[in-house]
Design a protein around this ligand. Structure first.
Ligand SMILES: NC(=O)c1ccc[n+]([C@@H]2O[C@H](COP(=O)([O-])OP(=O)(O)OC[C@H]3O[C@@H](n4cnc5c(N)ncnc54)[C@H](OP(=O)(O)O)[C@@H]3O)[C@@H](O)[C@H]2O)c1
Length: 329
């Protein structure tokens, strides 16, 4: 069937300026880490991507190694882009990354110029694109001089293969240093991507430096991979990430202690006429001072559900304090 985007797609989504840049991102983006690789259903992946775009999600977050197998999420996304979204390319922000191990030998991992330049070339081929909108260094590499990694990112901008630069999983000191180097190269860092949710608040410490540097802030795993929903309250559903073969979330993560907190958080969400996922997303956007949260999904219905958070994004001081008390208990 020929896809035609929903005419009302820009009516409910909120778009937020990314740091001090000219670019706005949707408050909710779609990530293609799980469920979009070659081992997953293409039709389901297509349904999620197109359904998300219909809801105003204009930003899609990928990486060279997303799959499995590595590279296949970019291939899936490229197929959808070329088949359905070609007329909408200028309405879409495509982000990809390199930094984790991708191919054999000394040049398929880390932060060298050799790796980053080759990897983005491969990503562009897989997605059949001339450029990506955001290219990230996926994680810091202390064995490579930061100058070399930043020179590689700046080069890719100069070559027109990426429009903006992003960094992911950097510490506040590394962000400051990288940002200073980029400025000497005439380029700015657009955005930093990090783990942030009610169950993982370590990166709250990045807020001041990102503000000071005018860098946008985007959170991954805002639902702690699904823990911050009501799905695990009565056991582990067969079709959930924790029941599958993800090496990143197993049944052992669903401890009594976590469940107790989830049940209490769920009650607060219900008192606000939201479900836990919606409240957790609103909480992350507000307390993390984020430009956007990156949603993961195994079904389009989850995105449709999560977008409902936009109806009630602000938590009161009292609600925030009650949530803190539960999380610290
Ligand atoms: N930069 C980095 O190092 C890095 C690292 C990790 C992720 N990321 C990015 O962040 C994105 C999001 O990560 P994530 O997938 O872990 O995000 P998440 O939002 O924390 O978890 C998403 C998962 O939660 C479950 N879920 C979502 N909404 C739900 C709902 N309403 N009800 C019930 N279950 C629901 C689904 O899993 P099931 O249905 O399968 O249970 C879904 O796949 C990734 O795709 C990737 O783009 C980046």
């Amino acid at each position: 069937m020929i896809y035609s985007a929903n005419d009302n797609r820009y009516q409910t989504m909120e778009y937020r300026r990314c740091g001090n840049s000219g670019l706005k991102l949707p408050a909710m983006s779609l990530g293609l880490w799980h469920n979009f690789g070659g081992e997953s259903s293409f039709e389901n992946a297509r349904k999620i991507v197109l359904g998300s775009f219909d809801l105003g999600i204009t930003h899609f977050d990928l990486a060279n190694n997303y799959g499995p197998p590595a590279g296949s999420a970019e291939e899936t996304f490229g197929r959808i882009l070329n088949r359905d979204l070609k007329p909408y390319r200028d309405e879409i922000i495509v982000a990809t990354k390199a930094g984790y191990g991708m191919w054999e030998g000394p040049y398929g991992d880390g932060g060298s110029k050799k790796y980053l330049v080759s990897s983005l070339d491969q990503s562009l081929k897989r997605m059949n694109l001339e450029y990506v909108d955001i290219f990230y260094h996926h994680r810091p590499d202390t064995e490579t001089p930061l100058e070399e990694t930043m020179e590689a990112l700046a080069l890719l901008i100069q070559q027109g293969k990426a429009l903006y630069i992003g960094l992911s999983n950097y510490s506040k000191e590394q962000i400051k240093e990288a940002s200073a180097i980029l400025k000497t190269l005439g380029v700015r860092c657009l955005i930093h991507q990090h783990n942030y949710s009610m169950l993982n608040q370590q990166n709250a410490a990045l807020k001041p430096v990102l503000k000071e540097e005018g860098i946008g802030s985007i959170a991954f795993c805002p639902l702690a991979q699904g823990l911050l929903t009501n799905k695990y309250i009565h056991g582990i559903p067969k079709d959930s990430r924790a029941a599958g073969n993800s090496i990143f979330l197993g049944p052992e993560a669903i401890t009594e202690e976590v469940l107790k907190k989830i049940v209490k958080l769920n009650e607060i969400a219900e008192n606000r006429n939201q479900n836990l996922a919606q409240m957790a997303l609103a909480w992350a956007l507000q307390t993390g001072e984020l430009t956007s949260v990156i949603l993961g999904a195994s079904k389009l219905a989850q995105i449709q559900d999560n977008i409902g958070a936009l109806n009630r994004l602000i938590l009161s001081e009292e609600e925030l304090q009650t949530i803190d008390t539960i999380l610290l208990s």
